[in-house]
Design a protein around this ligand. Structure first.
Ligand SMILES: Cc1ncc(COP(=O)(O)O)c(C=O)c1O
Length: 370
């Protein structure tokens, strides 16, 4: 029996040709390809915000925090139900991730819970677009304004999604994407920081190249700085031309990718909505381009075993961070409850209908005792 994969990269001849072109040119590091990819992202999102590409989504979050001068002893509110990347990005700056509970229907950060956790050290909030949903962002922004907090959106899951008719990335304070191998589009590994705060963006541009001031412009022109100054902490977080070439080729396919991922999600919804034992998240699947398809399942672990025994991979996104030794904190009742229920089903561009129907049938068989 063919194994149905949970997630995978999907690359065609276009990506391979684009990489070969860069290899033939023998300029592999950060140069014109990166500038082109940034401009293409900006045009796709239809935003005036600046786009700065980096080497991973985790670096995007870390560099964003660092360039907002968030560091030692500062507190950042973050949902516990996220990949450990969000937490590591915060603690890498010396700041403290403060775990926040989620809402039971969408698994998005619960702003009422966040309010209880504000202290004089709270400097920022990092909402996560969990499973590509971010419809609750306006509540986050209102809260942040009231408490004078910076908002760093962990939009790792939501490239290509919309909110109230607008593409994610065109609104907000600071938005961070991931382009790792299994995200909605990939640049191999990769990430991006978006903002209209010009001072901040200049800091990020410099910081991704070890803090070398104005090196970005030189690199775009295929040069480098020889006489320069450094005033802030920097990192080796820039994106390479090879990565950007893959990203550009992927971005050209985003419409087809979005249609396919949306049709997968909608087929799961239609097929599973009446299955006793399954609870769907309260998402608007017209706006969402699902990076992962998450639902809540009764007897989740037994169902997972059943699917695996039928050669169907599934996942659990995520082990809550406040249960990890490094980030342990007080109980978060909703997060801990849903952690026992959540299950991620296969969702990737190459998933064909026959295989998806096998997933659906397996779930139905499980609950009907077959
Ligand atoms: C919610 C979330 N934040 C951040 C990241 C980090 O992105 P990257 O893998 O590109 O470092 C991921 C990656 O899976 C993620 O799921």
């Amino acid at each position: 029996m063919k194994r149905v994969r949970l997630s995978k990269s999907s690359l065609g001849q276009e990506e391979k040709d684009a990489v070969l072109k860069v290899l033939d040119h023998e300029f592999l590091g950060m140069g014109a390809e990166v500038q082109a990819f940034e401009n293409e992202i900006k045009a796709y999102i239809a935003t005036d915000k600046e786009v700065v590409c980096v080497n991973t989504g985790t670096s995007a979050l870390q560099i964003a925090l660092s360039c907002l001068d968030i560091g030692l002893g500062d507190e950042v509110l973050v949902p516990s139900l996220t990949y450990v990347a969000s937490y590591q990005a915060i603690s890498a700056t010396g700041a403290i991730p403060i775990s926040v509970d989620v809402k039971e229907d969408t698994l998005f950060m619960d702003i009422e819970d966040a309010k209880k956790r504000v202290t004089e050290n709270t400097k920022a909030i990092m909402p996560v677009h969990y499973a590509s949903n971010s419809k609750e962002m306006s509540a986050v922004n209102t809260f942040a304004k009231e408490y004078n907090l910076r908002v760093i959106e962990d939009a790792a899951h939501s490239f290509g999604c919309k909110r109230e008719g607008k593409t994610i990335g065109c609104e907000g304070d600071v938005i961070c994407f991931s382009f790792d191998g299994i995200k909605n589009i990939t640049s191999g590994e990769g990430g991006a920081v978006l903002s209209s705060d010009e001072t901040f963006i200049q800091r990020v541009k410099d910081a991704r190249l070890l803090g070398v001031e104005k090196d970005t412009e030189k690199r775009y022109a295929g040069q480098r700085s020889w006489d320069f100054d450094v005033t802030h902490q920097g990192f080796r977080f820039h994106m390479s031309n090879i990565m950007a070439a893959i990203g550009s080729a992927q971005l050209k396919k985003i419409d087809a990718i979005a249609v396919k991922r949306q049709s997968i999600a909608k087929h799961y919804v239609m097929s599973l909505k009446d299955v006793e034992g399954i609870e769907l998240l309260d998402f608007d699947y017209d706006d969402i381009v699902s990076h992962i398809f998450v639902l809540k399942a009764k007897e989740r672990d037994a169902l997972r075993e059943h699917l695996l025994s039928n050669e169907i991979e599934c996942g659990i996104h995520y082990k809550p961070n406040h249960l990890l030794s490094k980030y342990r904190s007080d109980p978060l009742p909703i997060t801990e409850k849903v952690y026992e229920e959540i299950l991620t089903l296969p969702c990737q561009f190459d998933l064909d209908k026959k295989d998806q129907d096998r997933v659906i049938k397996s779930i139905k068989d499980f609950y009907s005792g077959q």
